[in-house]
Design a protein around this ligand. Structure first.
Ligand SMILES: NC(=O)c1ccc[n+]([C@@H]2O[C@H](COP(=O)([O-])OP(=O)(O)OC[C@H]3O[C@@H](n4cnc5c(N)ncnc54)[C@H](O)[C@@H]3O)[C@@H](O)[C@H]2O)c1
Length: 334
């Protein structure tokens, strides 16, 4: 199958493109390269441009009339930046996605898989969220994700559009061949910070927030190996119509996580085991807006996608460490 992947020059998009190729499919990448890397689209069908460029979308479909579905991943991804730049986040995520979805319907390409986020969920007492759990998107980033979900739901009800909304938990690790991975120069997420501390690029690792209502006071997350996440997309593409038929709906939401919650202290411990040496760790108060966290109930992913995460947290940490050693060469960073 041919699959249009918006944002396919990014971290998750390039890994998903490789997983699609390994399953015998052909990704067609559309990316503005605003954040992604040209290196990640090497040897792939690639269109450089914006998701809201309707003329470009028409050209892509003209040149690839056999596109079966679209995976819409293109986005801005920095939560604190979304607080400072709400206009850019609402415009790029909501307005531009509207143009994309409308044009795809006009072009007769109505199947859309959308990258949403666990950040749309409200905190629940035991931290385990299922797709019907209460929502409380707390940043402009999360609100644009929820709004785009609603756009898809409303358009599916009124037009030929059909949507599978994947709510990702916390992707970590890199592609198994170390050809792609996290590309931002200074990753702000917890595993990126740990890798930087291990490489001596930071003196110590700071645990922010130690008085949360979790088992050890630190935030809880569901870290999923990006390769497992990529495989979930392959399953969703291959079963697209069956998924919607099995739930009896025109659009549906599916959590994509491991089903295990890990606290920051537990992650640091696992990291030190894989790394083989202790790291200097300090504790600090939470940063403004830090969420306590959640982990996924993954029953629906198992039942309708026939998919489960199979890699361990240790696999993901080893992969992130290996990518950390190689990424400057791959990306041409100093
Ligand atoms: N990384 C995470 O922790 C995480 C968690 C949950 C959801 N997501 C979602 O997954 C998707 C992929 O995230 P990622 O981590 O790979 O980010 P990324 O920045 O590596 O990739 C996003 C890609 O989209 C491209 N892009 C942005 N705006 C565009 C536009 N208007 N037109 C064309 N291309 C555009 C960028 O150039 C980039 O290559 C995003 O939708 C993100 O919100 C990511």
């Amino acid at each position: 199958m041919k699959v249009l992947v918006t944002g396919g020059a990014g971290y998750i998009g390039s890994t998903t493109a490789k997983a699609l190729e390994q399953a015998g499919h052909t990704p067609v990448i559309l990316d503005s390269l605003a954040y992604g890397s040209r290196v990640f689209v090497k040897n792939r069908i690639f269109y450089e441009g914006d998701i809201a460029d309707r003329a470009l979308l028409r050209r892509i479909v003209e040149e690839h009339p056999d596109i079966y579905c679209t995976i819409h991943m293109a986005a801005r991804t920095v939560v604190p930046e979304s607080v400072e730049k709400p206009f850019e986040y609402y415009r790029d995520h909501v307005c531009k996605s509207l143009e994309l979805f409308d044009e795809l319907v006009l072009l007769g390409k109505p199947r859309v898989l959308f990258s949403s986020s666990a950040s749309v969920y409200a905190m629940v007492k035991d931290f385990e969220v299922e797709e019907g759990s209460p929502l409380d998107p707390r940043s402009p980033y999360a609100r644009t994700k929820r709004m785009t979900e609603m756009v898809l739901e409303d358009m599916a009800a009124a037009t030929a559009l059909r949507a599978i909304i994947l709510r990702y938990f916390n992707p970590i690790g890199a592609d198994p061949d170390l050809e792609s991975g996290v590309h931002v120069r200074e990753p702000s997420h917890v595993l990126g910070q740990l890798v930087m501390a291990a490489q001596g690029l930071k003196d110590l690792f700071t645990i922010t927030g130690t008085e949360h209502p979790t088992r050890d006071g630190t935030g809880i997350r569901d870290y999923i190996h990006v390769w497992d996440l990529a495989q979930a997309h392959v399953a969703a593409v291959e079963r697209f119509d069956d998924v919607l038929a099995s739930v009896g709906a025109l659009s549906t939401v599916i959590n994509v996580g491991t089903g295990d919650g890990i606290t920051v202290r537990e992650l640091v411990e696992a990291f030190q085991k894989v790394y083989g040496k202790p790291l200097a760790v300090r504790e600090a108060p939470p940063r403004p807006g830090d969420a306590v966290g959640a982990f996924a109930n993954v029953d629906k992913a198992r039942d309708v996608l026939g998919w489960r995460a199979s890699l361990t947290i240790e696999d993901a940490i080893a992969s992130a460490l290996a990518w950390g050693r190689k990424r400057n060469d791959v990306l041409g960073y100093e």
